[in-house]
Ligand binder design. Sequence first.
Ligand SMILES: Cc1ncc(C[n+]2csc(CCO)c2C)c(N)n1
Length: 230
Amino acid sequence: MSFDYGNSFALWREGAGGAGGAWHDYTHHAFVEGLRDGSLPRESFLHYLKQDYVFLVHFSRAWSLAVVKSETLEELRACAATVNALVNFEMGLHVKTCAAEGITEAELFAAEEFENMAYTRYVIDAGMQGDYLDLMAALAPCVMGYGEIGLRLGREAVPGTPYQDWIDTYAREEFQQVCAEAGAMIDNAVRRRLGDDPAASPRWAVLQQRFTTATELEIGFWSMGLRGPK
Ligand SMILES: Cc1ncc(C[n+]2csc(CCO)c2C)c(N)n1
């Protein structure tokens, strides 16, 4: 597969198991395969979308914290643009799909949050306790993981899968560009704080742990979707 989401991401991805291990379990989860071949039950997908809407609300808060923790104009602009994209555009896919099923945005906003609460609060805490890099390491699996999944499913989806819209959202060039730019921004942020050999820094193990934990929480998110509403 051909993607370049930057050097830091490539190292963290390898550290989280690369093509095997947690990273593989996240990007090849049964939920993802169900999107690809269309076998995912509609009820599971809608449950996921509702929970994902709430996830995006708190994820926007995490990117807002990244605005606060920015040290350069480049970082400030990138994070502010992400908050805007999330709050004013990205949630649109969820709102549109759910509206077609008679679910309003007010209902989405009020959806009970339970199983995935740990994920977004973990990311926010990474930023509260640490600095901009701790936050980026915890945010990266979300952005780049969906980029990688989108790219693969864009090529491998079974024609006629009812989830083509979802796949296209993450497969399209525009989103692939977002991942490449986020990767370059993270590489600059890492170089600025840790120098040219970041993996040699005593901080690297902690950053890797943030990335791996967030990856494991993404696996849990798919599993929650598969289980459906309680
Ligand atoms: C559980 C979960 N993980 C990742 C994403 C994907 N995602 C969320 S925000 C964003 C773009 C900017 O950060 C992307 C790609 C999701 N929707 N839900």
